[in-house]
Design a protein around this ligand. Structure first.
Ligand SMILES: [Zn+2]
Length: 413
């Protein structure tokens, strides 16, 4: 058997990363792979494959030292020891395995090793959270407690029709408020089941970016399901989502899987929206504002996918199954991406409308303005109709009425 030269071995040892090698063999940790490798701060953890390990914590992988160690059974080593112990490879085959993985030619001797992925267990049932959780946070969401809600009520120049819609829209969409200052956008699916909630902080009144997301303060973003599975690890001094879970009776990630849906999806099945066109925007805030500004349940239902990348055929499926007409309203930075998605999704009742961010957009909105920014600027700079001539110009359909009845506005100067 040909000898592998030292230079090649050095090159391979330089390239090989312990966390990548172990991940290749164990797979990444997830609900369907409890034996996988899991990032934990700057280190990684897994159930120790060398002893009958019941809970994570003993087996640690150190990227910095390029090694692993089990504090229970004492197994330890680097990439070579891992491949020899865990994959039962000979030393030269371990080198060849690494050469193959890192595209470093070794020799022509084939590695006597084939990666056989462990059969994936059946998918876990979808997590459904109790509605009482939603309602509790909804009661807590007031103009006093919640920065975004306060801004919606007081920071925008709604007309009287729009203003009357605010309370109903916030209730219909189940906007909630969390104890640590988050606005909670609950995600209920087409069957009305609570999938999870997205938690985001917004700047307080007086801040230059009042009405926008607070990305400065700590813990400004999270998901309800993630919070329910986290507990404080006093040793690591960070939140971890490893067993034992703090709320196993509400959510146990080993038993259910959290699956996201679109914000407002539950409304697609409400009688009043049964025939509405689905108008899909990126952010939850935009969906709320558009529902208040343009809400007409007979014709439009505004929902949010929650991010550029969240728009997938899989998540659109309930809407496609309902045969709904869907119009996408991308933000400025998402136009190209969503155009491509429309093509790849291939549903003939799906189209895209860029008017709000192209036609309605003005330079003063700034290059990064999203739909909400454009619409709020339009609302806040619109001229109040205090003059009967303005009313006639804005609403030509009432002009004959004004002329015939010689109407005036009470407080017209
Ligand atoms: Zn062990």
């Amino acid at each position: 058997m040909p000898k592998i030269d030292k230079q090649t071995i050095d090159k391979i040892m330089e390239a090989a990363k312990i966390e990548e090698v172990i991940d290749e063999c164990l797979g990444s940790y997830g609900p369907n792979n409890p034996n996988g490798l899991k990032k934990s701060g700057v280190r990684y953890k897994a159930l120790c494959p060398f002893h009958d390990d019941k809970s994570m914590g003993s087996f640690i992988v150190y990227p910095k030292g390029n090694c692993y160690k089990c504090f229970s059974c004492g197994a330890k080593g680097g990439v070579i020891e891992w491949l020899m112990e865990h994959e039962k490879l000979s030393y030269p085959d371990a080198i060849r395995w690494l050469g193959k993985k890192y595209s470093i030619p070794v020799d022509d001797v084939p590695v006597d090793w084939t990666y056989i992925p462990k059969p994936a267990p059946p998918p876990l049932p979808t997590l459904h959270l109790p509605m009482s959780l939603v309602l509790r946070t909804q009661y807590a969401a007031t103009t006093e407690s919640d920065n975004l809600i306060k801004w919606i009520y007081t920071g925008i120049k709604w007309d009287s029709v729009q203003r009357r819609r605010i309370t109903q829209v916030l209730a219909d969409y189940h906007v909630g408020h969390g104890k640590k200052g988050h606005t909670i956008f609950w995600q209920l699916d087409e069957g009305g089941h609570v999938r999870t909630g997205k938690m985001m902080k917004y700047y307080p009144p007086g801040h230059a970016k009042y009405g926008h997301r607070d990305k400065d303060s700590s813990w400004n973003f999270d998901f309800i399901h993630s919070v329910l599975s986290k507990h404080w690890d006093p040793e690591l001094r960070e939140f971890t989502d490893e067993p034992p879970y703090p709320y196993p009776d509400i959510y146990n990630p080993d038993k259910q899987e959290a699956r996201l849906t679109f914000f407002g999806m539950h409304l697609t099945q409400a009688a009043m929206y049964r025939h509405a066109t689905i108008k899909l925007v990126e952010s939850e805030k935009t969906a709320i504002l558009m529902a208040i500004a343009y809400g007409n349940s007979a014709s439009d239902l505004w929902i949010a996918c929650g991010g550029l990348e969240m728009l997938t055929r899989e998540r659109l499926k309930p809407l496609i199954d309902q045969g709904r007409r869907i119009i996408l309203y991308p933000d400025r930075d998402g136009i190209d991406k969503w155009r491509k998605k429309v093509d790849s999704i291939g549903y003939d009742r799906l189209s895209i409308d860029t008017d709000p961010v192209l036609k309605w957009w003005r330079p003063e909105d700034g290059p990064k303005a999203d739909i909400a920014d454009v619409v709020v600027r339009m609302l806040n700079t619109s001229k109040p109709l205090t003059n009967i001539q303005d009313v006639a110009t804005e609403m030509p359909q009432v002009k004959p009425l004004i002329d015939n009845l010689d109407l005036t506005i009470d407080n017209e100067q």
